[in-house]
Design a protein around this ligand. Structure first.
Ligand SMILES: [Zn+2]
Length: 212
């Protein structure tokens, strides 16, 4: 089995000028009244508005989708200190995505973001599912991870590390990353031995995020 996440869920008027060109009277009109001053000003105004919209909204949209929203509202933890687990998870995901200018937040950042639900129990793939992600959503099932950690006699720090790893891993899927074959964040496992990005994952993240 793949205890880290079960299975990844990879479920995807020129017409006006033609008229003028066909009419030599207008083209040779010395007063140039055919293209009135006001229509030129309106055209300039429209271009200015479009340029402003492009300048303001495009970077905003691109920056916005690069947020990761770590949503702990479904986490009900009794075996370990939930504040410790949450702080560790936020710190790990932040450190993993900081090089890619991705902002990690625990409050809903707006209308477009990667939404990672952290807490609760898998509702679709059975008891060995630790998380899964698709498109803009991901789930990290802390109930399963805690139960597995307890069965191994894992420390609170180990469980927090495993949850933080899973959160970065599932967020990677939401940025379209696939699995790595060897130890890295996009590898599958209870705890990855190597908490770094593989070269393949780095390249893909940079491409997806428009950094290169
Ligand atoms: Zn995975």
């Amino acid at each position: 089995m793949d205890p880290f996440e079960g299975r990844s869920y990879d479920p995807a008027s020129l017409h006006k000028y033609n008229y003028a060109a066909n009419n030599p009277v207008n083209i040779t009109d010395p007063g140039g009244q055919f293209f009135s001053f006001s229509s030129v000003m309106i055209t300039i105004a429209i271009i200015a508005v479009l340029a402003t919209i492009a300048f303001v909204s495009l970077p905003y949209l691109f920056a916005h989708k690069d947020n990761i929203y770590l949503d702990f509202s479904e986490m009900k933890m009794t075996q370990y200190d939930p504040t410790f687990i949450q702080n560790q998870t936020v710190a790990m995901v932040t450190a993993d995505y900081m090089p890619y200018k991705v902002t990690v937040t625990t409050t809903q950042p707006g209308s477009s973001y990667k939404h990672l639900h952290i807490g609760g129990t898998s509702w679709w793939w059975g008891e060995d599912t630790f998380g899964f992600a698709y498109w803009n959503n991901g789930y990290v099932y802390t109930d399963h991870m805690v139960a597995y950690g307890v069965s191994l006699g894992a420390s609170q720090n180990d469980v927090a590390t495993a949850i933080g790893n899973t959160a970065s891993h599932e967020a990677g899927h939401s940025f379209t990353l696939g699995h790595d074959s060897t130890a890295h964040i996009m590898q599958q496992g209870w705890k990855t031995d190597d908490r770094t990005w593989s070269d393949d994952s780095k390249k893909k993240l940079e491409k997806v995020l428009g950094l290169k």
